[in-house]
Design a protein around this ligand. Structure first.
Ligand code: 3H9
Length: 710
């Protein structure tokens, strides 16, 4: 306990320092250590006030999330832990000041709300991000925060979970004084002098639980709650916790504090045991686990990336250049012709201007970023670049020619990355004299926005190139996932059967809009037909033509999208695909498509029938799961949870389902396998169950356990 919380006295002020790196989470021993400190200083005549501070880079970033799994699995019971500490802080007769730097999140902010006062560095952030883990604040945050900050701010923070800057927190009464300075030392000095001032001024010191000035009457509050519920439904569609958090905050208005905290505890418990919470906690840890590559330890030396060069100023190349510029890395952007370059650069400008209009970036920020991008048609400066990213048209011969060029130009030790979305990195690398420096950096469109980066390791890619790529992904504010070199890598390889089944369903009689609705209601950002229209149906058609091995003789081929392409319906870009599009991009069902589906089915002898929502869901989602399992058994992804991250960050899979593999775990692999086998007997070849799925299902296993066993 002594290790986790340190006590000292500065200028007659007792300082309780939490020392639980890296984020000072409230792990077992921390609440007890704080309580001990408050009690000792409370009875120490030489101490007139108390400061609670975090050692290292942050205040308390919240409860220890690892503990939640122990509670829900029955390994451990939830104790009074933090709540009794918060009550002790609030009931202290000596003033208690929370000194905040880094992040005061979740239980950390709730602990600070138990203190009489809060001071913060200007760089600090505070927040109640619990809803992002599928739970609600469970240490009285839903009851104290509205009393401190007012209803609207508390609702926004508890229901949406986004962090708030120290200045904003100060404007809303959450922080009492902002402290200038850049680190712990200035914060501590400021907090100690603030605490001494308050001690000198005398009590009573404010208790957030007793404040009433900021609380409206239930009648006044009713429209505020209604608006908050609407906003939560729109911004966090399908998530349960935001609405539950609003229910809890409502109790701050309708019930006395002592009753409100009881309701909060009940709702917290209900959320904690929900499947959504387990899924979101899985996503939290998976996002962090994905950085760990077993044979590339943390200590692996990385190459320095001070400058970059991108070849190809199309949609992908332009977005990649923006991602580099946004990370402060100067980047050269090359196109073959001046015309194509001008067009690409104009798109970059337009995208930045849109961000300014939306208030995402300031005009000054955009000027700085644009200054980091050098558009050019020649190779100037490529010889000095630390990384060269190829983003030309998806064609092997072209890519090999480009890699041949950059092999001659690039300095020794430069990383040569390809943004290919399907092609073999090994074959691309074979056109260079340095395959150890070649790697895939598969960005997702728009590359300046989408968080996923698939990092494709070739047979010869050196470990330091892998380590540098993983670190670079974080600098680019991406989630980098290491994958193996197979056709389509992980994301697109799985997406292929997903979209194939969607087509088959349409050919068998499901209306395209119905297929999309089922997936949308499942929580996906978009259904498979709408995605096809957005990406362009000709892309799939080209793959079917260029990679015939994907459809061995005798297997069922999807017909509908080829037929749509023959009708000139390539998707949104031709204003028609699975849907017809208005000038404003509005989507409409089109009888021509229904007629085409009937014709295609009749010609191929496919019997059309009524198809249930459940069948639609199972066929498209289990197509993902079965292919995911095959990828795992073949070793092209390190973990099932890596696949989940790819789908959450690159394909709009609903976060509250945890990703396709975790979703399969929650359904039960036995049930999933039974359904896959049923589809296998009905539809043949494509549904052959993956051996790993079979093995786990037959042994009552899960993908999560399989990950842990490795
Ligand atoms: C809560 O408080 C409920 C309350 O209402 C109380 C109810 C009674 N626990 O993200 P990073 C680990 S719910 C355990 O890479 P960054 C993380 O796994 C909680 N572990 O650093 C990683 O481990 P590893 C509300 C945690 O600088 C390492 O720390 N709070 C926790 O990019 C570094 O993390 C939250 O939801 C935790 N709470 O970002 C805050 N937090 O090295 C969640 C981190 O082994 N945390 N770890 O991979 C965050 O948002 C970010 O971690 C933070 C730092 C912004 C703090």
């Amino acid at each position: 306990m002594g290790d986790l919380v340190r006590l000292s006295v500065e200028d007659g002020v007792g300082v309780v320092t939490v020392e639980n790196p890296p984020v000072n989470a409230l792990s077992p021993g921390v609440p007890e250590g704080i309580l001990d400190g408050v009690q000792r200083f409370g009875s120490d005549e030489n101490v007139r006030a108390i400061v609670l501070i975090g050692g290292g880079r942050t205040f308390i970033a919240g409860a220890d999330i690892k503990e939640f799994g122990k509670i829900t699995s029955g390994e451990k019971r939830r104790g009074p832990g933090l709540i009794s500490v918060i009550e002790a802080l609030e009931n202290s007769s000596k003033p208690v000041v929370a000194a905040i730097h880094g992040t005061a999140f979740g239980g950390g902010l709730e602990t600070a709300q138990g203190c009489h006062y809060r001071v913060a560095l200007r760089s600090a952030q505070v927040g109640q991000p619990e809803v992002k883990l599928g739970i609600i604040p469970g240490a009285h945050g839903t009851q104290r925060l509205p009393r401190l900050a007012g209803l609207s701010k508390a609702l926004e923070m508890c229901a949406l979970g986004d962090p708030v800057s120290a200045a904003d927190a100060a404007d809303h009464g959450i922080v009492d004084r902002l402290i200038d300075g850049s680190g712990y030392t200035e914060l501590l000095a400021g907090a100690v002098s603030f605490a001494a001032e308050k001690a000198a001024a005398g009590g009573p010191h404010p208790k957030a639980s007793e404040l009433t000035d900021n609380l409206p009457t239930p009648d006044e509050a009713a429209p505020v709650f209604a608006a908050a519920r609407e906003l939560a439904k729109a911004k966090r569609r399908g998530f349960m916790a935001p609405l539950k958090a609003i229910d809890a905050v409502e109790c701050a208005v309708t019930l006395p504090f002592s009753e409100g905290i009881k309701r909060e505890a009940e709702i917290f418990q209900e959320c904690l045991f929900s499947t959504q919470s387990k899924a979101l906690i899985h996503a939290f840890f998976s996002e962090r686990r994905v950085r760990k590559v077993p044979d590339v330890p943390k200590e692996t030396a990385t190459r320095e990336i001070r400058s970059a060069a991108v070849i190809g100023a199309g949609t992908m190349g332009g977005g990649i250049a923006m991602a580099y510029a946004n990370a402060g890395i100067p980047v050269r952007l090359k196109e073959v012709t001046q015309e194509a370059l001008d067009c690409g650069y104009a798109t970059i400008r337009k995208n930045y201007e849109r961000s300014v209009r939306r208030g995402r970036f300031t005009p000054e920020y955009v000027q700085q970023r644009l200054a980091l991008i050098t558009p050019q048609t020649g190779w100037d400066g490529f010889e000095a670049a630390d990384i060269i990213v190829e983003a030309v048209f998806e064609n092997m011969a072209l890519k090999k020619a480009v890699f041949g060029d950059i092999d001659r130009l690039a300095r020794p030790g430069a990383i040569l990355a390809s943004n290919t979305s399907t092609l073999s990195i090994d074959e691309i690398a074979s056109s260079t004299s340095r395959p150890q420096d070649v790697i895939g950096h598969h960005f997702f469109s728009p590359a300046n926005v989408m968080r996923l980066l698939e990092i494709v390791r070739g047979a010869a890619t050196s470990k330091d190139v892998v380590a540098t790529s993983m670190a670079l992904a974080r600098r680019l504010r991406k989630v980098g996932v290491l994958v193996g070199n197979c056709h389509g890598f992980v994301g697109n390889r799985m997406f292929h059967p997903y979209r194939r089944e969607a087509q088959f369903l349409a050919e068998e009689g499901a209306r395209p809009a119905e297929v999309d609705r089922v997936l949308y209601e499942f929580g996906a950002a978009m259904g498979p037909m709408a995605v096809g229209d957005l990406a362009g149906l000709d892309v799939g058609m080209r793959v079917r033509k260029e990679a015939p091995h994907l459809y061995p003789p005798g297997t069922r081929r999807p017909l509908a999208e080829d037929a749509l392409c023959e009708m000139g319906r390539y998707g949104q870009k031709t204003k028609a695909g699975w849907y017809r599009y208005g000038q404003d991009r509005s989507r409409h069902e089109d009888p021509e498509v229904d007629a085409m589906l009937k014709r295609v089915a009749a010609e191929a002898g496919i019997e059309q029938r009524e198809i249930s929502d459940q069948e639609i869901l199972d066929r498209v989602v289990y197509a993902l799961v079965n292919e995911g399992a095959r990828i795992l058994e073949e070793g092209f992804a390190l973990r099932a949870s890596d696949i989940d991250i790819i789908y959450l960050y690159g394909y709009g899979f609903p976060a509250f389902r945890g990703g396709p593999m975790f979703y399969a775990d929650t359904v039960g692999l036995g049930k999933v396998l039974a359904r896959v086998e049923e589809f296998h007997s009905q539809h043949g070849h494509w549904w052959r169950p993956a051996s790993l799925l079979k093995e786990l299902a037959e042994n009552r296993g899960t993908f999560s356990e399989w990950d842990r066993s490795r």
